[in-house]
Design a protein around this ligand. Structure first.
Ligand SMILES: [Zn+2]
Length: 332
């Protein structure tokens, strides 16, 4: 058929077959009774050695255009051009919220549980993901917090109480110290100063609620016999952490908020989002982690990249490229 000139093909169609496509009003196909409208998947299962891993979408944010959200300002035209070149929207930055859940033996581990159930239905889909997998909040044995922004820490607290009553909350000491200094230093940040008092007091409240479960870590801390190593990745916040997960010779690097977009920060790692506390430090960290991960071909998990957030970082001079992993299905 592909070899037939289009006109010949159309002429060969029986008139009755061609009619419905000529713009006549056609009734929509009613959904059969009892069938729910199809929702796209929000849980993706994969493995790291003997660890069963799930990437659960907690929802999707839309930040403003790079012309508002990204720095340096004199690079904004180049940012818009980079997006247009890849046919990506230039009027907003879609920002995915991917929550990583790990399960092996008796352990159930959640890294950055998203916005929390109070943000449903727009966010807080971790609840639906848990229901699909068959995990309850009580079964979670450990949580890790990369940093205390609401899309990460929100899910640790529910109605003024710990959301995971039986779980440790692992966080770098440097992150806690930042929020509890008398006047946290935002002098390098492009953040709106009007929002800072609420941000600071909100985080102090949450950390107080979590006090009895909190385990303060130093950079390089290895948990669960080395299965999870917490590495310092400062810049986005002072105590921003990334997580190296290893089992049976396989590994995954969870890069938290090292990136917020699949094109912008890769095209030029020195382009920063206005939410960074210390943009210059975040650039140094990003360049270091990118160089190492590209050289080692490290499998990456990213909290804010298109769900499920799995992929690799490759050199693409003068910058890098995000290479999303193809989805895979198994029958197990
Ligand atoms: Zn974030």
């Amino acid at each position: 058929m592909n070899n037939l000139p289009r006109r010949t093909f159309l002429a060969a169609l029986p008139a009755a077959l061609a009619l419905p496509y000529l713009g006549a009003a056609t009734p929509p196909n009613p959904a059969p009774a009892g069938i729910k409208p199809l929702k796209n998947a929000i849980v993706y299962r994969f493995t790291i050695g003997d660890i069963e891993a799930f990437s659960i979408s907690d929802g999707t944010l839309r930040f403003g255009s790079p012309a508002v959200m990204m720095y340096p300002e004199d690079q904004r035209a180049a940012m818009q051009a980079a997006l247009a070149h890849e046919s990506e929207p230039t009027d907003s930055i879609p920002c995915y919220i991917n929550v990583l859940v790990l399960r092996w033996g008796r352990e159930v581990v959640v890294i950055d549980p998203g916005f929390g159930a109070a943000s449903r239905p727009r966010f807080g889909w971790l609840e639906d993901g848990f229901a699909q997998i068959g995990i309850t909040h009580e079964q979670v044995t450990a949580t890790f917090l990369s940093h205390a922004h609401i899309d990460h820490i929100g899910g640790l607290v529910a109605a003024g109480k710990p959301a995971f009553p039986n779980a440790a909350v692992y966080v770098l000491q440097t992150e806690l110290d930042f929020w509890f200094t008398p006047a946290p230093d935002f002098s390098q940040s492009h953040r709106n100063s009007a929002e800072l008092p609420g941000l600071i007091s909100g985080n102090r409240e949450k950390f107080d609620i979590l006090k009895n479960q909190t385990q303060k870590l130093t950079a390089g801390a290895a948990l669960f016999g080395g299965r999870i190593v917490v590495e310092a990745a400062p810049g986005h916040t002072a105590g921003h952490a990334i997580f190296r997960i290893t089992a049976q010779g396989e590994s995954l690097l969870h890069i938290s908020d090292l990136v917020h977009h699949a094109i912008l920060m890769f095209h030029d790692p020195s382009w920063v989002i206005g939410l960074d506390h210390h943009p210059a430090a975040s650039v140094v960290t990003r360049k270091k982690v990118f160089a190492e991960a590209a050289a080692a071909r490290t499998r990456i998990y990213a909290f804010h990249l298109p769900w499920p957030g799995l992929g690799h970082i490759a050199r693409f001079d003068p910058g890098y490229r995000w290479l999303p992993e193809a989805l895979r299905w198994d029958r197990a």
